[in-house]
Design a protein around this ligand. Sequence first.
Ligand code: SF4
Length: 295
Amino acid sequence: MRIFKDNQREIRVADSAGFCFGVRRAVEGLLSLVEENGDGDVFTYGPIIHNETVTGDFEKKGVRLVSEEEPLPVPGHGKKSFMAIRSHGITRDAKKKIEDAGFLISDLTCPFVSKIQTIVSEYSKKDYHIVITGDGHHPEVIGIKGWADPKSVSVVSCEEDISKIDLPKNTKLCVVSQTTFREDLFKKLVEMLIQKGYDTYAQNTICSATSLRQSEAGELSEWADVMLVIGGKNSSNSAKLFDICRERCERSFFLQGADDLKVSELHSIRCIGITAGASTPDKIIEEVFKKCQTT
Ligand code: SF4
């Protein structure tokens, strides 16, 4: 834990604040792609991460964003065209569509997510019905689902969803999870499927980076008089982090960067905790940390 201490206050920054392994890998991978292919066109399929400072910086370097809902642009004009896939991953069909259109793919899918896609693809080929525990609207889950047979895949997020599963009793199930799903709930839903009599193969694919970040934020916010959570406004993991902190520290604030920090909020405050979502760059955390020291 990074700590600043003087006569007036103590500031603690959570070790887990900021980029996780998969996000750092995606951002650094895109940066290398831009630097090594100066004369080629570089696109990202959806925003590379949910942080407008980072996506804005890439835009200034010439990286163009392709929305998943819109038709693909036409690559080429005599230059190589690269399409970077973000850490959440995409469906098999989307990947094929990008390749068929003539783009060179730079696959920056987090290896933990790729592993889930591989499990789903393999077990789907072995005629297992795939069950994904997670949020069916989240890009990661949409991507994972797209590696299964579309006729034999379900997404579940609660006990009620399990009660709705009504497959022939001899169906074999392969259960995987969104990387950010709650572990206790995953275990409970798997148990319910087993209780229903299905031959169930379950692989816990939850990533420890998220639970570690959340438990550290919880501990820090119990100590803090003011808790600062830094994240992009569209970042769901940052919003969840903020909820955890606010439950424990009434004076919790959500910031996108140091400019959002009001000096008046820190007046006479002794203990300040800082954490940040998985898509927050170190530079922004550092700016907030410095501002807290000088305010
Ligand atoms: S939270 Fe885990 S699975 Fe998701 S991008 Fe980060 S390291 Fe990968």
